[in-house]
Design a protein around this ligand. Sequence first.
Ligand SMILES: [Mg+2]
Ligand SMILES: [Zn+2]
Length: 178
Amino acid sequence: MKLVILDRDGVINYDSDQFIKSPSEWRPIPGSLEAIARLSHDGYRVVVASNQSGIGRGLFDMDTLNAIHDKMHHAVQDAGGRINAIFYCPHTADSKCKCRKPKTGMFERIGACFNADLSKAYVVGDALRDLNPASQLGARPILVLTGKGLITQREDTLPEGTLVFADLSEAVEHILKS
Ligand SMILES: [Mg+2]
Ligand SMILES: [Zn+2]
């Protein structure tokens, strides 16, 4: 099974330090919707794995998160693609959950749900907390330089074998060639 796991904020849509708290604040990065569509057309399952501690902090509620994700699903569909599932961690950093990235729990659940070999999966993110669990699980980490990506590239030690691309569009170009 061909699987790509995407971080959401800073990869698919513009990130905000103030959190994405409403559908109107969810704005796609140019080319990201078309990139997802290309993956869909090539037979990839596209799954989102996102930390959404704004829920745990009470900044927005589940209805709002669902409305944001409805907007994202429709935007991708309008571009001809499909997000097969969205996994998110609603907990705050100090809750001791197993799903908040950089923990591996969310990725393991995705692997189990899709019966997928994570060692063949690509994980695309803009932060170390996306790349490190990917690397730990033997998946293939890809850093994009959108969102926090430039800061991540400059300041952090990337897991061995991490590939770096300007944005999701270029990352997908690589995935489709490999
Ligand atoms: Mg991000
Ligand atoms: Zn969690």
